[in-house]
Design a binder for this molecule. Structure first.
Ligand SMILES: Nc1ncnc2c1ncn2[C@@H]1O[C@H](COP(=O)(O)OP(=O)(O)O)[C@@H](O)[C@H]1O
Ligand SMILES: [Mg+2]
Length: 634
């Protein structure tokens, strides 16, 4: 071991996220070529799914590194402004999913076109190719030639697609493509087809597929722009659809790899979902792999390449903690993801360093355990802030209780808070029952359930707790943060007293809890969002001032009314929401008719009014399930 500073002061397990690790120059040296990485590298899997801290960005960054993907890789990470732009993007005549997929396809096509212009010369020599020249002309004509923020590219693409004025002269087409009268959606997809064929032609003329590895488009950090509204849902489904299109359109010369957080992917609910199963890969980590990760990071920071596990877990760390071997102690308490392991080990190291000690003692590990537990409880609430915003309040139910809770005790502990929570989180009220709460807490890995001789914690695919499975355990990771919880407390146990609430949700339905927005709330939101879409369409419509103002005022009334009704319902008053929605729908229909009579039958705003009217009728008739349909127009 090099002389000088003590091991503890040099020891460092790395940063919390791959982006910082990469910036520090740490990741390259210690990156572990896991199964997930190899599958992504080979292109066999293109949809990499994992929980927070599971290593999605690490794979993404490593693919983009010099010793990663052997071809060119382009990294696309939407920020808030870009996310807003995509969420707002819509086209009359096609569903939200389709509209979002078109804007993503535009972004991918422009990236591919820009790549081809640079790459033609560098990789395929000086001979001029007409297809590449066409791409260059297209980029120039549409101001896409320079280096740009994603947001600017999206704005331009959105405008071009919505108003059908992308310049396609480079490909021999007039703007508008002679499709006057077709829906916005039809015109936009026709424009994209032209652009994409132009890109495909260049790939083909250069012979990229045969001569070198494909262009790789990497999309990461969708969680930064994800919220619980239908437009976010469409943003992600649109991305999935667009990535498939890239692979099929460019014949192996380009492909797209997406990195998605598991909770986001699992809430998706769309028609083509089954077509993605063979592209999916869920990141999982074994203890052995995590131990290797810890060892290689310790070895790198201590500059002892041949550091042995015995040395790390016996001399730098104490061999035993609370009667357990150190690695076992660690993996019992950290969730099986690299970020958790890194944070736990850094916390141990910091505790020792603060005392000025050269080595980590059992006491240091104990204080790190508490610190780590506090972090993780907060992080868990944050991880699910969108899908389960009520979590931190549920955790309080376990404060200073034993870590084993029987179902009836859970129910009676929850009951006094039920009404308040259902009011405070009205959108999630359906899931806020004793059974629903148990399922959510299980699905996020906070509670485990006794199954036979074992306590099972969810790592994504386990069955939710079934009726008859009545013994829940708080995961060891969170116990210190909840007051130590040494002893088992079973005071509330009384299996005959409370049944545990509604048993309708059974096998396979665990995921629906996250969509537990009550029907009425969802319907009113549908109305509000229809109004918002109509108002935005109106902005682009170019109607005469007086008509414009009148329509805007009317839509404003509908919107206000929907919002007011929601407020009233929040106050606990029952409202006939179906009636409300049908009224809004028939109003849109009448407005469309009036505009039609004034000679505006073919205007996108008129058609959207009709589309929204129909969509609302459908929603009112059938909005009993989660997610789907409500956002789509025919
Ligand atoms: N295969 C790996 N080899 C080495 N370190 C990894 C690996 N995967 C993840 N890490 C590290 O784990 C931490 C969390 O990973 P990250 O990719 O940021 O998670 P995610 O993007 O899934 O939230 C980062 O410090 C990252 O460098
Ligand atoms: Mg990440």
């Amino acid at each position: 071991m090099p002389q000088g500073a003590s091991p503890v002061s040099r020891l460092f397990f790395g940063r919390d996220d791959a982006e910082h690790d990469m910036a520090d120059g740490l990741l390259g040296g210690v990156f572990l070529h896991t199964y997930a990485y190899r599958e992504a590298l080979s292109g066999r899997k293109s949809l990499i799914i994992g929980r927070k801290g599971a290593g999605k960005s690490a794979i993404c960054r490593q693919l983009g590194a010099a010793d990663g993907h052997p071809g060119i890789a382009v990294l696309i990470t939407p920020d808030d402004t870009a996310g807003d732009e995509i969420r707002r993007f819509e086209l009359q005549g096609v569903s939200g999913d389709t509209a979002k997929s078109l804007i993503w396809r535009y972004v991918f096509a422009v990236h591919a076109a820009r790549h081809l212009c640079d790459h033609a010369r560098a990789a395929h020599g000086w001979r001029a190719r007409s297809s590449v020249k066409a791409l260059r002309d297209f980029l120039e004509a549409n101001d896409e030639a320079g280096e740009e923020r994603l947001y600017d590219r999206l704005r331009r693409g959105a405008r071009g697609l919505q108003s059908a004025n992308l310049s396609l002269k480079a490909f021999g087409f007039e703007a508008g493509l002679g499709l006057n009268g077709a829906s916005e959606g039809a015109r936009a997809s026709r424009q994209l087809e032209v652009l994409e064929s132009g890109v495909a032609a260049a790939f083909h003329e250069l012979g990229c597929t045969a001569s070198h590895p494909p262009l790789l488009l990497l999309v990461d950090q969708i969680e930064q722009v994800w919220t619980m509204d239908p437009d976010s849902h469409a943003l992600v489904t649109g991305l999935l659809l667009a990535s498939k299109q890239v692979t099929s359109q460019y014949g192996g010369a380009a492909r797209c790899t997406l990195f998605l957080r598991a909770d986001i992917y699992d809430t998706l609910n769309f028609g083509d979902a089954d077509k993605f199963h063979s592209d999916e890969l869920r990141i999982s980590w074994s203890r052995e792999e995590l131990a290797r990760l810890a060892l290689s990071r310790a070895a790198a920071s201590l500059q002892v390449p041949e550091l042995s596990p015995e040395h790390l877990w016996g001399e730098v760390f104490p061999a035993m903690v609370s009667g357990e071997e150190m690695p076992g102690y660690l993996f019992e308490r950290a969730l099986p993801r690299p970020r958790d392991v890194i944070q736990f080990l850094n916390a141990c190291r910091d505790a020792a360093d603060q005392r000025g000690s050269e080595y980590i003692t059992e006491q240091d590990v104990h204080s790190a355990t508490k610190q780590f537990s506090d972090w993780k409880l907060t992080d868990l609430a944050r991880e699910y802030a969108v899908t389960h915003p009520f979590l931190s309040q549920l955790f309080l139910l376990f404060d200073n209780h034993g870590y084993v809770t029987m179902r009836p005790a859970l129910a009676s502990r929850f009951e006094p808070h039920r009404e308040r929570l259902q009011q405070e989180f009205a959108d999630y009220a359906d899931g806020l029952t004793a059974q629903g709460v148990a399922e959510v807490l299980f699905s996020i890995g906070f509670l485990g359930v006794r199954r036979g001789h074992k306590v099972v914690y969810s790592h994504g695919s386990q069955m939710p707790p079934q009726p008859g499975e009545d013994e829940f355990h708080v995961h060891p990771c969170f116990r210190p943060a909840l007051g130590g919880l040494g002893a088992v407390e079973m005071a509330g146990y009384s299996p005959n007293r409370i049944s545990g609430g509604n048993h309708q949700r059974q096998i396979g339905q665990g995921r629906d809890v996250s969509l537990g927005v009550s029907r009425d709330v969802r319907l009113l939101d549908d109305v509000s969002r229809a109004c918002e879409r109509l108002l935005r369409q109106l902005m682009r419509a170019g109607l005469q001032d007086d008509i414009h103002n009148e329509v805007r005022a009317q839509l404003g009334h509908v919107l206000d009314d929907a919002r007011r009704t929601r407020e009233i319902m929040r106050g606990g008053i029952t409202v006939d929401v179906t009636q409300h929605v049908l009224a809004a729908s028939s109003f849109f229909g009448r407005l469309a008719m009036e505009l039609g009579e004034q000679g505006m039958r073919e205007e996108p705003i008129t058609r959207r009014l009709e589309d929204e009217a129909r969509a609302l009728i459908r929603a009112a008739g059938g909005a009993t399930g989660g997610g789907g349909g409500s956002d789509s127009s025919p």
